[in-house]
Design a protein around this ligand. Structure first.
Ligand SMILES: [Zn+2]
Length: 468
């Protein structure tokens, strides 16, 4: 492949900076804002990378363990975060009550491929899907029907009654957009159990929706259709998914025993949590930066989404460390229960609409703390163009693009915001960690974490200063 020469790249960079400077100066002809913003952006990045303060807060959060919504651990983490916000000296530290569902994994989960009565079974690496009902205490034992993907289930429907359905669709490795591959493959996890129940299945096993070839099960929620029987469902690791596939090729009548002791419990009380730096000129206008504070009960919930929350908090912390008080209020919001029904986001959205404040923009970080790439923006073309003129500042934090797109599930619940903004890092490895024991603190790199936090800080600051 032909590469651009170094001098050619410098010319392109200089031209784009000059173009942005001209565009920017036209928007703000009376000030030296461009140079000032460039200087502030560089200071933010340098400070983030030097201190790595937010990353060290993530270490503290991960020490508490995972934060499944409604769990005791989740409450411990919320109180830890509240104290952290207070210790950092932010304004209006607020716990906002939210009723949330509760599901408990239980102590027993196992699956094995049965062999002859004389031979021990082959154990599978398994984890119940969030929301699954339990099996009877002795487990369910049945022949297995492999279904290569949701598209095939109707064709195989007459073979499924009384069996365990094994959904075995991998994430499409040919797609560079891993979220799009995830979006397609995850249907078997979310809707597969009810589709299988419709055809008379007694249980479901799902190939983990992941990009990492190991044997760690990746969990996540299922959604039972109200009109259909509920059947137990679990994920298995990729190596075991392939082993089960091979077993079924040799012996289509192979049997599996699945035992799960998970259960749903009554709804309980939990909290959104937020704090802010009050705006110096327009305190009633708010820029939200946030993530979701609940996680799955595997690993530490480090990338998903402890990192997103603490990057959002690092936005405020960096401004404070640099003694910058923004023109508008910047608020860091930890939404509760993104994974199991968005209750926290719905409550925040309802509250935001009922008050006198005006939310002008919302930024969500929920794609892992990996190397920054861009921001995807849901807004009108004029706002998008304005934000694109800020790329020379954001490029200090390695942001390469700002494109039209979605913001995120939590911020989508805040109505009438001028821009819904999703922070987008390089997500090639995100699904290696997602919803699994791989999502631990050591999987997060301090530089990637801090560059992402710096990118969001620069963006939130510019929105606060310039408006949209
Ligand atoms: Zn998430």
């Amino acid at each position: 492949m032909k590469k651009k020469s170094a001098s050619c790249r410098i010319i392109v960079l200089v031209m784009s900076v000059c173009f942005a400077r001209t565009a920017f100066s036209q928007a703000d002809p009376d000030t030296l804002a461009f140079d000032r913003y460039l200087q502030i952006s560089r200071m933010i990045v340098q400070r983030a990378l030097t201190d790595t303060a937010g990353y060290h807060l993530l270490r503290g959060l991960c020490r508490i363990g995972p934060r499944l919504v409604g769990s005791d651990n989740s409450m411990k983490a919320i109180l830890w975060a509240k104290k952290t916000m207070e210790n950092l000296g932010f304004d209006n530290v607020t716990l906002q009550p939210v009723q949330v569902p509760r599901w408990i994994r239980g102590d027993v989960e196992s699956a094995e491929i049965l062999r002859s009565p004389a031979m021990p079974g082959r154990e599978l690496s398994v984890a119940a899907l969030g929301g699954s009902i339990p099996t009877p205490a002795e487990g369910i034992e049945a022949e297995v029907v492999e279904v290569p993907g949701m598209d095939s289930i109707e064709m195989l429907a007459d073979k499924i009654a009384g069996k365990i359905v094994f959904f075995n669709e991998p994430m499409d490795p040919g797609r560079t957009e891993t979220f799009s591959a995830y979006g397609r493959a995850v249907a078997q996890r979310v809707r597969g159990p009810s589709e299988a129940a419709k055809a008379g299945a007694v249980g479901v096993i799902v190939r983990s929706v992941t990009t990492k070839y190991d044997n760690v099960p990746h969990v996540g929620t299922l959604i039972y259709a109200d009109s259909l029987p509920r059947i137990p469902a679990a994920a298995i690791g990729l190596r075991d998914a392939d082993a089960l596939h091979e077993t079924l090729k040799k012996n289509p009548r192979a049997r599996v025993r699945l035992t799960l002791s998970c259960r749903n419990a009554p709804d309980t009380l939990s909290y959104n949590l937020f704090c802010e730096i009050t705006g110096r000129e327009k305190p009633e206008e708010v820029v939200v930066v946030g993530g979701h504070f609940d996680s799955w009960d595997k690993g530490h919930g480090a990338h998903d989404d402890g990192a997103g929350c603490l990057q959002a908090l690092e936005v405020l912390s960096l401004l404070k460390r640099l003694a910058i008080q923004p023109r508008r209020t910047i608020r860091s919001v930890f939404f509760i229960n993104e994974e199991f029904g968005l209750n926290g986001a719905v409550e925040y959205g309802r509250w935001a609409q009922s008050g006198r404040e005006k939310h002008i923009a919302a930024v969500e970080a929920d794609r892992g703390a990996l190397t920054p790439r861009g921001f995807s923006v849901g807004s009108n073309p004029a706002v998008l163009e304005k934000m694109q003129s800020w790329l020379p500042f954001l490029s200090s934090a390695l942001i390469e693009w700002i494109r039209k797109g979605g913001g995120g599930a939590d911020i989508a619940q805040i109505k009438n915001v001028q821009a819904y903004i999703g922070y987008v890092p390089d997500v090639q490895r995100y699904f290696d960690f997602h919803h699994s024991d791989n999502d631990v603190f050591s999987a997060v790199h301090p530089r990637e974490f801090e560059l992402g936090a710096a990118a969001m800080t620069i963006l939130a600051y510019l929105i606060s200063e310039e408006g949209l």
